[in-house]
Design a protein around this ligand. Structure first.
Ligand code: ATP
Ligand code: MG
Length: 387
């Protein structure tokens, strides 16, 4: 089944078309955001944002409060026009079009359902504006209720549903007219943790099934990492990095990204010739960094990337990038141990390291125990200082 859009472009098919990462790579840009600026008076909420989103892709805008996520989403929706720059959707310049002439469905943090309309009528709302025959609307509503797992709930009113159920209805309403683009602004943040995790899966599955190009705004890194094909990390109105969840997590382009997504130990360090860096009283090899010899840098490493070894257990020569430390504190966090480590090589700095339950048992780790830790060269992240 195919529908026509308001703008007369072909709509996405409603049948299943599972989208794989590989197939996404060959898709052309469906949404093109080029050099977009947004000013509120003297304040620039968006500064020269450029971004291509491929057809069928699930993209998250992730960043701290006030970084411009909603502002960018509202520009894409035409709810608040950009000050400069252009937005193309499906090859068409939509930069100056009002929302009614754009092709998207949107879900907000607050469910924003019409309280005086039944669930079925809420979902049918957009369809009724397209003047389709009653029978077609009814069957589409039934199909959508089933799709979001709420068949038989059509005659209830929004107040009779839980928050999670209401957000599913908001989702059904947003996809009812098979929009080319699905926009979600923190759709899960008003829900409690369990419902949130559950709905995360449901939304992702639904998006895959429909193959609808989707942008979701979130400030929850876990949500972005688990749902997005690509994450756009924003800060102060600029894009810090665009990449897949693993790229962003494993290879954060800036110290901000390393810090905002996941956790990172940070040490003031000095770059050394080639692929090396020195901090505390030790020197470490790392991946090629391109800084001058002696340049002030920040060396960062994630707590889970620190590898524990029994003290004096490494043969001479096998001990590269290792230092001897003592466990000052050990905190049980359920699935792993978080430790605070100190040692001569670290000077006054503390190294936070996460060790698996198994490693802790195998090495009999407790507070006061000495061990050797390895900071793998490829996991040491080097950034300019003061950036
Ligand atoms: N209508 C407006 N007038 C003036 N300033 C605004 C307006 N809308 C947003 N801003 C400012 O623009 C910046 C970006 O706001 P935006 O709502 O896009 O942030 P956000 O990333 O969505 O944050 P949050 O995670 O808190 O929703 C903020 O500093 C905000 O105060
Ligand atoms: Mg927002």
């Amino acid at each position: 089944m195919r529908h026509e859009t308001l703008a007369g472009q072909p709509r996405i098919p409603t049948e299943v078309s599972a989208m794989t990462a590989a197939s996404l790579n060959v898709k052309p840009a469906y949404l093109k955001i080029a050099n977009v600026w947004k000013a509120f008076g003297d304040f620039h909420a968006l500064k020269d944002i450029s971004l291509d989103i491929r057809e069928g892709e699930f993209v998250c805008f992730l960043g701290p409060s006030g970084c411009g996520k909603t502002t960018l989403l509202r520009a894409v929706a035409g709810l608040d026009l950009q000050t400069r720059g252009s937005i193309h959707q499906g090859g068409k310049d939509v930069s100056a079009l009002p929302p009614s002439q754009r092709d998207y469905g949107i879900v907000f943090q607050s469910y924003a359902l019409f309280p005086n309309l039944t669930i079925a009528k809420n979902i049918a709302f957009g369809l009724e504006n397209t003047k389709r025959p009653r029978a077609e609307i009814d069957s589409r509503v039934t199909e959508l209720l089933k799709l979001v797992g709420l068949a038989d709930q059509g005659n209830k009113y929004p107040a009779q549903l839980s928050g999670g159920q209401q957000q599913r209805i908001a989702l059904a309403r947003a996809i009812a007219i098979s929009p080319g683009l699905l926009l979600l602004d923190e759709p899960l943040s008003a829900l409690d943790a369990k419902v949130r995790t559950h709905l995360r899966h449901e939304i992702k599955e639904l998006q895959r099934k429909l193959g609808v190009t989707t942008i979701m705004v979130t400030h929850d890194q876990e949500e972005a990492l688990s749902m997005a094909d690509r994450i756009v990390v924003m800060n102060h109105g600029v894009i810090e990095q665009i990449g897949t969840p693993t790229e962003i997590y494993r290879h954060p382009a800036t110290l901000f990204v390393a810090d905002f997504i996941g956790e990172a130990n940070k040490f003031e360090a000095k770059a050394a010739n080639g692929a090396a860096v020195g901090f505390g009283a030790a020197s470490f090899s790392c991946t090629q960094h391109g800084f001058d010899d002696g340049a002030p840098v920040i060396a960062a490493i994630r707590p889970e990337d620190v590898i524990p070894h029994a003290i004096n257990s490494l043969a001479n020569g096998a001990a590269t990038n290792t230092i001897d430390v003592t466990i000052s504190e050990m905190e049980f966090l359920g699935s792993f141990w978080r430790t605070r480590l100190h040692g001569h090589a670290l000077g006054n700095e503390t190294l936070i390291a996460d060790f698996s339950i198994n490693a802790a048992r195998r090495l009999s780790l407790t507070e006061g125990v000495q061990l050797t830790v390895e900071l793998p060269a490829e996991r040491l992240l080097i950034y300019p200082r003061g950036a």
